[in-house]
Design a protein around this ligand. Structure first.
Ligand code: FES
Length: 70
């Protein structure tokens, strides 16, 4: 699923970034470009990053919240 439409960043890429050490939204912005344009993806990207960290610690792979982008 696309989390950031402007930069074509998917939830999978955010999970990979988290596995590679991304800890904050700022890390995602630097590494993947999320929030660089309209910024509407910030909340979903943050949730997705949190979920990625949770799945790393608990071993589950759930889906990111599906929030419509306007
Ligand atoms: S949707 Fe991410 S910057 Fe626009």
């Amino acid at each position: 699923m696309y989390v950031c439409v402007c930069q074509a960043v998917t939830d999978r890429q955010i999970h990979e970034a988290a596995a590679g050490g991304a800890r904050t939204l700022r890390d995602l912005r630097r590494d993947l470009g999320v929030t660089r344009d309209c910024g509407r993806c910030a909340s979903c990207a943050r949730d997705c990053l949190r979920e990625a960290h949770d799945s790393q610690h608990h071993g589950s792979q759930g889906a990111c919240p599906n929030r419509p982008l306007q």
